[in-house]
Ligand binder design. Structure first.
Ligand code: DAH
Length: 339
């Protein structure tokens, strides 16, 4: 029996020594000290030991168990600390590594262009106002001197919600809202989205942006219009920019004009950028039509005013020398990153 116990002890210690995980260590413990373990089996054989030898054998059994337990405990501590060490090594943080780069976006070219337009007009004391994108036919057409049978109302270039409601085709509708408020004088710009049932190509989109302008006060003349818009053009495209007004027709202004700026690429000689013209059209404008004043309840004996409408995309395309409007809407990051 003593021999058997010595063997068990040897065997257990050897197994413990070659164990490298807590799970395996537990298995070893069960196989020797568990209910059906080898040492427990030996204990069951005590009844065959002569009674006078039992205390001594009992003592050896206890010593063996204690020895195995002690070695098990030490091994457990050792393995635990080794594992902890490995874990610490694996989780080590290298504080010298370069930080992950945070990709911060920036404003869209349209927004950049709008910011600039706003800055110029705010510098001249204009207020920036907003109007609805879903608009009554009345504000978009009627009140702007565009009666029911006017070709500009054609279903083909207007998105109708129903007979009376449309997606606004121009920001000029905001003029009417402002005039109806009746707080005079008015000096405002109104940027926003407009919608037309157009096919997408390099210069058209069913949704684009305009910046409307309206000034109403006593003694406002075409000279004020010219001075204001010439200053705007110089601020936007540089101090050498010249402007040219060509007669045009808009139903809500009389007289009306389109304004061209001298090509800021060639200075007006004619180049690829201005298609050899030397001039680039940037906006429509005119003196507010007396009938428009009348419909919105403004005394047209006392007040006069001018209005203008700028295509925002057109400004962005010119300023940033972009040759296809679609690029502004596709949101290709490789394109947008360049601004
Ligand atoms: N609303 C016009 C358009 O969409 C642009 C325009 C022209 C606006 C002349 C005006 C203006 O305020 O006076 O084509």
């Amino acid at each position: 029996m003593k021999e058997k116990l010595a063997q068990i002890r040897e065997k257990a210690l050897a197994q413990i020594k070659s164990t490298d995980s807590l799970d395996k260590l537990n298995e070893v413990r069960i196989s020797f000290l568990g209910k059906k373990g080898e040492l427990t089996e030996v204990l069951k054989g005590m009844k065959d030991v002569a009674p006078e030898d039992r205390p001594q054998v009992g003592q050896i059994v206890n010593d063996t168990r204690a020895a195995i337990e002690e070695v098990l405990e030490n091994a457990k501590k050792e393995i635990s600390s080794k594992m902890r060490e490995l874990q610490m090594k694996a989780e080590v943080i290298d504080v010298t590594l370069p930080a992950k780069k945070n990709n911060v976006g920036h404003c869209h070219p349209n927004t950049l262009a709008l910011k600039e337009v706003k800055k110029i007009f705010m510098g001249m004391g204009y207020e920036v106002v907003e109007g609805p994108e879903v608009e009554f036919d009345y504000y978009n057409f009627e009140a702007l001197n565009i009666p029911a049978n006017h070709p500009a109302k054609d279903e083909q270039d207007t998105f109708y919600i129903n007979d009376k409601i449309v997606l606004r085709t121009q920001t000029s509708s905001v003029q009417v809202h402002e005039m109806e408020k009746g707080h005079l004088p008015i000096r405002m710009i109104s940027p926003g989205r407009v919608f037309r049932s157009d096919e997408v190509d390099a210069t058209h989109s069913p949704c684009f942006h305009q910046v409307e302008g309206l000034v109403i006060d006593e003694n406002i003349t075409f000279a004020d219009l010219k001075g204001t818009l010439a200053l705007f053009a110089k601020e936007l495209f540089g101090p050498d920019t010249k402007v040219k007004f060509r007669p045009h027709h808009f139903p809500f202004t009389e007289p009306s004009a389109e304004m061209d700026v001298s090509c800021f690429k060639c200075g007006g000689i004619g180049c690829r950028f201005c298609k050899g013209e030397g001039w680039i059209e940037i906006l429509g404008c005119g003196m507010v039509h007396p009938h428009v004043f009348e419909m919105s309840g403004i005394d047209n004996d006392k007040y006069t005013g001018f209005a203008f409408g700028i295509g925002l995309e057109r400004i962005a395309l010119l300023k940033y020398e972009i040759d296809d409007m679609r690029l502004l809407y596709e949101n290709d990051i490789r394109f947008l990153k360049q601004f």
